[in-house]
Design a protein around this ligand. Sequence first.
Ligand SMILES: Cc1ncc(COP(=O)(O)O)c(C=O)c1O
Length: 352
Amino acid sequence: MSRYWSAVVSKLTPYVPGEQPKLPNLVKLNTNENPYGPSPRVQEVLLAESGDSLRLYPDPNADRLKEAIATYYGVTPGQVFVGNGSDEVLAHVFLGLLKHEKPVLFPDITYSFYPVYCGLYDVAYETVPLTEAFEIRSGDYARPNGGIIFPNPNAPTGRALSLAAIEQMLVANPDSVVVVDEAYVDFGGETAIPLVAKYPNLLVVQTLSKSRSLAGLRVGFAVGHPDLIEALERVKNSFNSYPLDRLAIAGAVAAMEDREHFDQTRQAVMKSREALVRDLAALGFEVLPSAANFIFARHPRRDAGELAAALRSRSIIVRHFRLPRIEQFLRITVGTDAQCRALTDALREILG
Ligand SMILES: Cc1ncc(COP(=O)(O)O)c(C=O)c1O
């Protein structure tokens, strides 16, 4: 606290990202990164882009990237917004589309950045409890609201919601924007982007950090009706004209275009996830059904905090949230088969 701080800053409770330890030889299963590298085409274009042209500002509208995303999803570039990671896109969404008199609704167990944006931008919110089975029930969102946002699949549970359930929410809330945060959708969920044509109140947010293995490049995007996109552009152009640098634009275009690498790597992650779920179940864990590149699991007889600490002492890090309802769960990123084996071998030893 300092007397130089503004009142807003004094009241903030900032988001705490999963740690990025500097230690070598870690089995790092705590921040849902992709265990495989990005498309080899990305490195080629980054090299080509890192010469003389860096003198010049990048395209403030990142048109090439909007076109690549629009082509991939069969929408128009005018339906696409891009930002510096989907976290930045989400920040603009809270300010530009979800800040109204009525509260924005999101699940009680969800991406913990949402309440942080509400604090930053003074957005009223209410949380809606997940069911006992940690599922989003769309009917629970049929109440007065200034907008709705949830990840699909949800984080940190990994549970996916059907498009039919999302459509019910869109129909029940024609006066609110419904934001579907699809950070993990490519690992087994179903994207709501095809519904954008039908529902002007739907905004779908995605990232290249997970399924396209570009967490280090910081690229995210949103797809929705041009009116929703314009709101985001207005916020962006009042904040930072160049959120994506030249390297990010070039690398993201290459990643969107390499469909083969994308499919191969996400299939590999999904295959490893199925094996990991089986192995953890055999060790006595209860594992929630996951459509993401992580699983959420608890052991009926062992404390999650102690398990996380015991894994850490063996150089394996997973995420443990000390939060109501989920404090006995561990969120474990799906790594390579070798990393998953290191995890299950260590757990077998710890459980004795
Ligand atoms: C649900 C969800 N949304 C958005 C993000 C942000 O991703 P990025 O800013 O890397 O695009 C994350 C990151 O972990 C996430 O879990």
